[in-house]
Design a protein around this ligand. Structure first.
Ligand code: SAH
Length: 501
């Protein structure tokens, strides 16, 4: 009969954090295998040392290389592949001979561990049991003595080997985080934390529960001193006394857009800014898209009091609060950013830091749904005559139409503004053919989404409301039914090449 394969999690370092089951498995094993670096001793073996007997056959699986430089024809991957295949073959010899093999794994065997490479090659052929272990994530949090993730907080676990920009985006958008595999990656992880605005919260844990353990504020750590066995931790933000700017000092205003609908179109940067804010200010509809957080204050208001809302936000910031002003879509397109900047240019607020973060605007989401109608030059015009006279709107529509631009029309109508779409259509028909494709996109990304393609000549104002954006094609925009026999969905696009180019 074949022997049994054990993947034995040993916990983070302190042998007393091994599980009872791990000890049992080692006791039962004939062969104890462990990975180790070429010249280093095996950390896994040292954790389990007390449980190894003289009659255990030991199988050190020694990595052929330590850095990613090799003369193997398949490069680093090729060299590792060959090593894992050989190692698995060595274990298979024991298993075939009926010997039970325990593969030791520091931490948890299925969590960024080398055991996995044996598991993938052997578990389908031999009876296998994986014994979970305490991970470095839990160990680091325990040693720091700080909650890691509470309630609805999201904990993100990241390998420090990711590109710095990817790390920054992930760190910006999460609540808590643990970054593994530091060592040489430390400088880029530190820059990513800084870029995400989280450096001040970051803790550093080296060799958690092992000999030589070190805890520090990450910002204070000398990059030269960081070994591989260390992690960066962003602990839970719930109930953390945030350092307020203090008496006389200033907070800041961040103007953000939630995108046209749900969280899929919220950028990581905006997600992070929303989570970091002390106060949220905005139109209630947009605030409702933002998940609630304990300790955060919300100041919802009607859509029409932009100037007051902007001043209110700046006043909060003057008192040391971090304020996020929330718009839908992109905050700079027919939204709050201009109102905030207008107020911020007044003397009283001249020193309040203001940042505007980009968001996905409605026209882009609508265009993507329909195909690529904005693939060539286009103009964006609001049909609302609340803030500018209709004559200006009409003049711009004529100019854009005669320039053969594709048009993205925001605020086309509402319950009280019902005639603008009909007027705009008639104006455009002076320059555009009646069969010009028009994308009528309502509540894109939301539960009431409806995206249709109609012809300019038959554009019906009754089908347009506050949640609708219109994309009017140029002379070049095409609407084509794809698929069998041409009865599939219609896709709309504007070629990048203009005739005679
Ligand atoms: N800042 C927003 C625009 C605010 S003006 C942005 O960048 O998208 C409000 C107009 O945006 C609405 O009348 C409508 O024309 C458009 N709009 C916003 N969200 C939309 C959505 N999910 N679907 C269709 N149109 C939308």
């Amino acid at each position: 009969m074949n022997g049994k394969l054990y993947g034995v999690g040993l916990g983070p370092g302190d042998p007393s954090l091994m599980t009872l089951r791990a000890v049992e498995a080692i006791a039962e094993a004939d062969v104890v295998a462990y990975h180790s670096a070429r010249h280093g001793r095996s950390i896994a073996r040292s954790i389990a040392a007390k449980h190894l007997r003289a009659d255990h056959v030991e199988e050190p699986l020694v990595y052929p290389l330590t850095t990613e430089t090799t003369d193997h024809p398949g490069g680093y991957r090729g060299a590792m592949e060959e090593f894992y295949a050989e190692a698995a073959a060595r274990l298979a010899v024991h298993l075939d001979a009926g010997r039970t093999v325990a593969v030791l794994a520091e931490g948890d065997p299925l969590f960024y561990g080398s055991y996995m490479h044996m598991h993938k090659r052997l578990a389908d052929r031999y009876e296998t049991e994986v014994i979970p272990g305490v991970t470095s994530v839990s160990a680091a949090a325990a040693r720091l003595g700080t909650p890691l993730a509470e309630g609805e907080e999201v904990l993100t676990i990241l390998p420090g080997t990711l590109p710095e920009e990817e790390l920054t985006a992930r760190l910006a958008s999460t609540d808590s985080a643990v970054v593994m595999k530091l060592g040489r990656t430390f400088p880029s992880v530190r820059r990513a934390l800084e870029g995400a605005g989280r450096l001040a919260d970051a803790r550093y844990v080296e060799r958690a529960t092992m000999e030589g353990e070190r805890l520090a504020a990450l910002a204070d750590v000398d990059p030269e001193s960081v070994p591989y066995f260390s992690v960066a931790v962003l602990p839970s933000r719930v109930d953390v006394e945030r350092p307020t700017a203090g008496e006389g000092a200033c907070g800041e205003v961040v103007v953000v857009g939630t995108g046209p609908a749900g969280p899929l179109w919220l950028t990581p940067e905006t997600r992070g800014a929303l989570a970091a804010a002390d106060d949220l200010v905005g139109y209630t509809t947009y605030l409702d898209r933002v998940p609630t957080r304990p300790g955060q204050r919300r100041h919802g208001s009607d859509n029409r009091v932009e100037a007051e809302r902007a001043e209110f936000a700046l006043q909060l910031a003057l008192r040391g609060r971090r304020v996020a002003v929330v718009s839908g879509g992109d905050p700079g397109i027919f939204a709050m950013a201009t109102a905030v900047l207008e107020a911020a240019c007044e003397e009283a607020y001249a020193h309040v830091p203001v940042r505007v973060l980009p968001g996905v605007t409605a026209a882009h989401a609508a265009a993507a749904r329909a195909g690529a109608p904005l693939g060539h030059d286009f103009a964006t015009i609001s049909l609302s005559d609340r803030l500018k006279p209709w004559e200006v709107i009409a003049e711009r529509l004529r100019a854009a139409a005669s320039a053969d631009l594709v048009l993205a029309l925001y605020n086309p109508g509402s319950r009280s503004r019902t005639w603008q779409v009909g007027k705009a259509r008639d104006l455009l028909l002076e320059h555009r053919a009646p069969d010009t494709p028009v994308v009528v996109a309502r509540d894109v990304g939301g539960s009431g989404e409806r995206v249709r393609v109609v012809r300019l000549g038959e554009l019906d104002p009754a089908e347009v409301d506050m949640r609708t954006v219109l994309l009017v094609g140029s002379s070049q925009t095409r609407a084509v039914r794809r698929g069998d026999g041409g009865d599939g969905e219609e896709v709309v696009w504007t070629p990048r090449r203009y005739p005679e180019a």
